[in-house]
Design a protein around this ligand. Structure first.
Ligand code: NAP
Length: 432
């Protein structure tokens, strides 16, 4: 058998210890599949004394993270620290510069610096792999980069954040409000103490920008993602969506629109007959539509120790086999930047919800602002009194330019009748 692939693990938290467990438990099978063994020769994290519930004595502890990059007995560094900048990025740059392969679970770093790192890796002839960075254990990077690589991908979209999907599913199942479900999610470890990256859509946007670069061969453009999270969704929105035959899901949506790149993370009303409407709890799902393959859907656990470690070790098996290929589907040097498509130019139906003061004439004020902006209302779903004595008004527009909907809401923003900014969600259709 050929020489082992010698790896260093940077970060020994949830994902790092998971990688050790996978390699220890499935070692012989992994060696057979990879054609050689995968051997952990060095490990590093912040605290060498911390009990991680796993025996680390077989592995050499390295105090200085950056020493992993030049370690003479390391062929590949696995980064499981996190953060788009700082230690993780320094380690990535140094590892690639020293001619070693690099595997990461770090979506934030890939979303922000993926182009630079991919160009460096490709010019050095080393691997940069990141299957675990998007949708955890789901082999969606492989699916797009390899399985669907003969296709022009028309659009890629999906449920990319398990925390948000868990919260929305619980709100729907039990009619509970956002803040209560979030607190429970924090108590059981489904949501971070600071949940803003998840619930404000940033985490999903990191993953979406990576999927878009893979799917369309365009340069990563995280800054081009329009982002709206789920903070303002009320149980009443979910109930009203349900009455219309929809479920609310936070979706990342990317497509090429008239030669321009459209990327958005937003809560959508998903028709109940669409498979994404049935993705509940912390599960993730990605849909890619290829011009020959048709609709592909990848579904599974988007996070957690086992699924994320499984994706990392799969990358290591590829590297052990000698698969250096391109980092994305297209060589990084050939991935040009793409003009951004504005959501305002898109046409579709929108759900709009207002919380207003309970007084005569408010509904007329709202409908007049919409009429003036050329937005016609398909249905006024319901008006409901809240516990605080205000009134909740929800409606669905006819097919309208999104810019017109925004214009009508901008006009209403000065109104003394509105008690909170309106919430807008788009109805998922084939045109999105
Ligand atoms: N958890 C998941 O389900 C999941 C899923 C997909 C992707 N990811 C990604 O995987 C990465 C790791 O996530 P995680 O959940 O495993 O995080 P975690 O449990 O917080 O572990 C982070 C590890 O990094 C180490 N670390 C932090 N700063 C360091 C520094 N300056 N020098 C050396 N080591 C340092 C920590 O050391 P100490 O333990 O000594 O403090 C810890 O072992 C992140 O990029 C995350 O986005 C996670």
């Amino acid at each position: 058998m050929t020489a082992p692939l010698r790896i260093a693990l940077a970060g020994l938290g949830t994902v790092g210890t998971g990688v050790i467990r996978v390699i220890e438990e499935n070692g012989p099978m992994i060696s057979q599949r990879a054609g050689r063994s995968i051997e952990i020769t060095a490990i590093s994290a912040r605290d060498p004394k911390l009990d991680r519930g796993i025996d680390l004595t077989p592995y050499a502890w390295i105090d200085q993270l950056q020493d992993l990059a030049n370690h003479p007995e390391v062929d590949c560094v696995v980064e499981m620290i996190g953060g788009s900048e700082g230690h993780a990025l320094d380690l990535a740059r140094q590892t690639i510069a020293s001619g070693k392969s690099f595997v990461t679970a770090n979506k934030a770093m890939i979303a922000h610096h993926g182009m630079e790192l991919a160009k460096a890796a490709e010019s050095r002839g080393v691997s940069l792999k990141y299957e675990a960075a998007v949708a955890g254990g789901i082999p969606v990077i492989k699916g797009l980069r390899e399985g669907a690589s003969a296709n022009r991908i028309e659009r890629v979209y999906g449920i990319l954040n398990g925390t948000c999907n868990y919260i929305l599913s619980e709100m729907e199942k039990y009619g509970r409000n956002f803040a209560d479900v979030l607190k429970d999610a924090q108590d059981i470890g489904y949501a971070e103490a600071d949940p803003s990256f998840d619930i404000d859509g940033v985490d999903a946007a990191h993953k979406l920008s990576i999927l878009a670069a893979l799917s369309f061969g365009t340069s990563l453009d995280f800054e081009g993602v329009e982002i709206e999270g789920i903070r303002n969704i009320m149980a009443a929105d979910i109930g009203q969506a349900k009455a219309l035959g929809y479920r609310i899901r936070l979706l990342g949506m990317a497509r090429i629109d008239g030669g321009k790149l459209f990327q958005r993370v937003n809560p959508y009303l998903v028709p109940v007959q669409h498979p994404l409407a049935h993705i509940d709890g912390s599960t993730n799902a990605v849909v890619a539509e290829g011009n020959f393959s048709g609709r592909l859907m990848f579904q599974g656990a988007g996070a957690g120790e086992g699924p994320t470690a499984s994706a990392i070790v799969a990358d290591l098996i590829d590297i052990a086999r000698g698969d250096h290929g391109t980092v994305f589907t297209t060589p990084a040097a050939a991935m040009g930047s793409c003009e951004r498509a504005e959501s305002g130019n898109r046409t579709g139906k929108s759900y709009v919800r207002f919380i207003v003061t309970d007084k005569p004439g408010v509904l007329a004020e709202i409908t007049a602002a919409m009429r003036d902006a050329q937005v016609s209302i398909e249905s006024l779903i319901q008006t409901e009194k809240t516990d605080e004595g205000s009134v909740l008004i929800s409606m669905v527009t006819h097919q309208s330019l999104e810019r017109n909907v925004s214009d009508s809401l901008a006009k209403l923003s000065q109104s003394a009748s509105l008690q909170a900014p309106p919430v807008v969600m788009h109805l998922l259709s084939d045109n999105d």
